[in-house]
Design a protein around this ligand. Structure first.
Ligand code: PMP
Length: 285
């Protein structure tokens, strides 16, 4: 993955893919002082590009650092990366972090803030499972309270339990894991938000301790346009049994139907398929 041709934008210039490295004393590597974005370009255009760049700035602010490039500069950089790599349909990864510098302890105000943007071709997040209904494990890890961590930032530190959850899920033959929050309510998957359907109405966890994904917001808008009632609320684990359909949303996941969570089964129903198709069309206009 590191030894290949291509260009990665780093701190204002296009570096060769092979040379896009950081020093071992990078603060982010030791203390998770890093924020990132996952974006997708369709037909040469990044869906909700500006919102992603704005969220990157917001996340950095939540971690108490400022990205030394404006949203407009980040927008231009993303376009440059796609062009330099000859990509039209791609996943775009922007990452900002506290670099190596005079401070190699917990505090790092003196270290430079770095920014890099890479892009590559990437197909469906859950591969073949996508329209058949993904199988989800139930994670033993709970999403933390807003008093524990800046939980609305897209920050590296929040993903430690996601990686652990996803590894445990994959070891059981599942594609992902559903996580509860610190209060025991249904939260989200390890890199995607979750929706349920019950008697034609949609229920989705209130994003009060996890990322309110851009795809989530887009899909809620699509449901409202279809005049489907959407309940954003706290969902108890014992309610899982009463839901008929389920899907995940995320930039990488897009709209992915879920067939199973633990021992609960869901059908890939008409609304799930309809929303998945509508989303596919929307991102390509
Ligand atoms: N939750 C988590 C933990 C994520 O990593 C992502 C992917 N960024 C999402 C939700 C979905 O967010 P979005 O729709 O903005 O990609």
């Amino acid at each position: 993955y590191d030894d290949r041709d291509g260009k990665i934008w780093m701190d204002g210039t296009l570096a060769d893919w092979r040379d896009a490295n950081v020093h071992i004393l990078t603060h982010a590597l030791h203390y998770a002082s890093s924020v990132f974005e996952g974006e997708r370009a369709y037909n040469g255009k990044i869906f909700k590009s500006r919102q992603h760049s704005e969220r990157l700035h917001y996340s950095a602010g939540q971690l108490d650092f400022e990205i030394p490039f404006t949203v407009d500069e980040i927008e231009a950089a993303k376009a440059d990366v796609l062009k330099a790599n000859g990509l039209t349909d791609a996943y775009v990864r922007a990452v900002a972090w506290r670099g190596a510098g005079p401070d190699m302890g917990v505090a790092s105000a003196g270290n430079p803030v770095r920014l890099a943007i890479a892009a590559w071709e990437w197909g469906a997040y859950y591969g073949d499972a996508k329209m058949k209904g993904a199988k989800l494990d139930i994670s033993k890890w709970k999403r933390p309270s807003p008093e524990t961590i800046p939980c609305h930032a897209k920050a590296a530190g929040l993903y430690m339990i996601c990686t652990l959850s996803k590894h445990a899920a994959e070891a059981k033959g599942c594609s992902d894991a559903m996580m509860f929050d610190y209060r025991g309510y249904v939260a989200e998957a390890t890199g995607a938000n979750i929706f349920f359907v019950k008697d034609g109405e949609v229920h989705t966890p209130k994003p009060d301790c996890f990322l309110n994904g851009l795809t989530r917001q887009t899909v809620i808008g699509m449901l409202e346009e279809r005049q489907v009632k959407v309940h954003e609320r706290h969902i108890m684990p014992e309610e899982l049994e009463s839901f008929q359909q389920c899907w995940l949303t995320g930039t990488a996941a897009e709209v992915t139907p879920v067939g199973k969570i633990g021992d609960y089964n869901f059908e890939v129903g008409e609304l799930t398929r309809g929303i998945a198709q509508d989303y596919e069309q929307l991102v390509r206009v």
